[in-house]
Design a protein around this ligand. Structure first.
Ligand SMILES: [Mg+2]
Length: 336
C-alpha cells in the first residue's frame, strides 16, 4: 500500500469549525495487484474527522505493516479508514470489471440528482445564484443559513423562493441556532415551502431536534451523525432525514449500512462530500447510486476545488451526476 500526500487549492476559502481554510490536504492511497490498481482517498476535515497528522500516522502504520487495516477505527480515524477501505473496494471492483456501485449492491442507479449550494450571501446575490443554478438544470437548491439573524436569513430564503419558483428548496444551518431561534426559523420556512432544514441545532442536541419535527419542515441531521451515531438518532426520533458523509463516517460501506438502517426506520438518507478530491467524491456518487437515492445529494462539489486529483469523471449535467463508464470508482489518476 502506497500513501502519498496531496494538497488541492480551493476556489474560495471554506468555513470550518476551526476557521477558514484555503486548501484541502489529504492522502492518496494506492494498492497494486499485478496489472490492477485500487485507489482510495483520505481528506480529513477539522471538526468532522481526525486531524491531518493523526490520519497520516494511521495510514503509515497500515502501509508499514505495523497495524492491520481491520484495526483502523472508523470513529477514531474515519478519513484513514475511508481511504484504505476504498482502495481495497476499488481494486476488487476493478478486478471483477464492475463499477463500485455494483460491487456495493446488486441493484443500483446509473445517475443521481444533485443539489446546488448557495453560501452565505446578500439577498440579491443569493437570488441571482439560485437563478443561475436553475438555468444550469438544478432542480434542488440548498441555502446556507445561520451566519445572519433568523429574520435576515428568512428574507434571503424568500428571495430565493421568489427567484426560482416551484423547485425543491432546503436550508442548512450547520448547528448555528438556539432552540428559540430554530422555532422561529421553522415557522418562517414552512411558509416558504422549504422541504427540510439541515442541522438547525447543535450536534449533540438530539431531544431539541426531535421537538422540532412535525412542524411543516423536515429535520435532517448531518453534524449529529458522526457526533452521536445513528443509534442515538433513531432511538430519540430526532430526524426525518440523514446526511451521510462517507469521509466522516469511516468509509462507503459503513455509510451504506447507516443509510440502510435509517431507511428501515423511515428516515431518508442523502449522501454528500466533505469537499473531497475526485476519488472520494466519485466514490460517494457510487454510494448514492448503490442506494438508489432519488433525493438530490450534495455531491456537486467539484467546482469548490481549484485543482483536483484527476479529470472529473462525473461532471454535473442538468442537475444530475452519472457514474463513469469504467470499472471500480472510475477515476483515472494516471501513473504516479
Ligand atoms: Mg450540512
Amino acid at each position: 500500500m502506497k500513501v502519498e500526500p496531496f494538497s488541492l487549492s480551493l476556489s474560495e476559502p471554506l468555513a470550518t469549525a476551526a476557521g477558514d481554510i484555503g486548501s484541502r490536504e489529504g492522502f492518496l492511497v494506492t494498492l497494486q495487484d499485478d496489472e490492477v490498481r485500487g485507489v482510495g482517498e483520505a481528506t480529513p476535515l477539522a471538526g468532522w474527522t481526525e486531524s491531518f497528522e493523526e490520519c497520516e500516522r494511521a495510514l503509515r502504520a497500515v502501509a508499514n505493516g505495523d497495524r492491520d487495516r481491520a484495526e483502523l477505527d472508523p470513529t477514531e480515524t474515519p478519513a484513514a479508514a475511508h481511504a484504505v477501505e476504498l482502495a481495497h473496494a476499488d481494486l476488487a471492483a476493478r478486478e471483477r470489471a464492475v463499477p463500485l456501485a455494483e460491487w456495493l449492491a446488486e441493484g443500483y442507479r446509473t445517475s443521481v440528482p444533485v443539489n446546488a449550494t448557495i453560501g452565505d450571501a446578500e439577498v440579491e446575490a443569493a437570488a441571482e445564484a439560485a437563478r443561475n443554478a436553475v438555468e444550469d438544470g438544478f432542480e434542488t437548491v440548498k441555502v446556507k443559513v445561520g451566519v445572519r439573524s433568523v429574520e435576515a436569513d428568512l428574507e434571503r430564503v424568500r428571495a430565493v423562493r421568489e427567484a426560482v419558483g416551484d423547485i425543491d428548496l432546503r436550508v442548512d444551518a450547520n448547528g448555528a441556532w438556539s432552540r428559540p431561534e430554530a422555532t422561529r426559523a421553522i415557522e418562517g420556512l414552512t411558509d416558504l415551502s422549504v422541504s427540510y432544514v439541515e442541522q438547525p441545532l447543535a450536534a449533540d442536541d438530539l431531544t431539541g431536534h426531535a421537538a422540532l419535527r412535525d412542524r411543516g419542515v423536515g429535520i435532517a441531521l448531518d453534524e449529529s451523525l458522526p457526533e452521536r451515531g445513528v443509534d442515538s438518532i433513531l432511538e430519540t426520533d430526532a430526524a426525518d432525514g440523514l446526511v451521510l458523509k462517507p469521509m466522516a463516517l469511516g468509509g462507503v460501506h459503513r455509510a451504506r449500512e447507516i443509510a440502510l438502517r435509517a431507511r428501515d426506520r423511515g428516515v431518508d438518507p442523502v449522501v454528500t462530500t466533505t469537499i473531497d478530491g475526485a476519488v472520494a467524491r466519485t466514490a460517494a456518487l457510487h454510494l448514492a447510486a448503490s442506494l438508489g437515492i432519488e433525493r438530490a445529494c450534495g455531491l456537486a462539489t467539484a467546482d469548490r476545488l481549484a485543482a483536483d486529483l484527476a479529470v472529473d469523471p462525473a461532471p454535473v449535467k442538468d442537475g444530475r451526476m452519472s457514474l463513469p463508464d469504467a470499472p471500480g470508482i472510475g477515476v483515472d489518476i494516471g501513473i504516479r
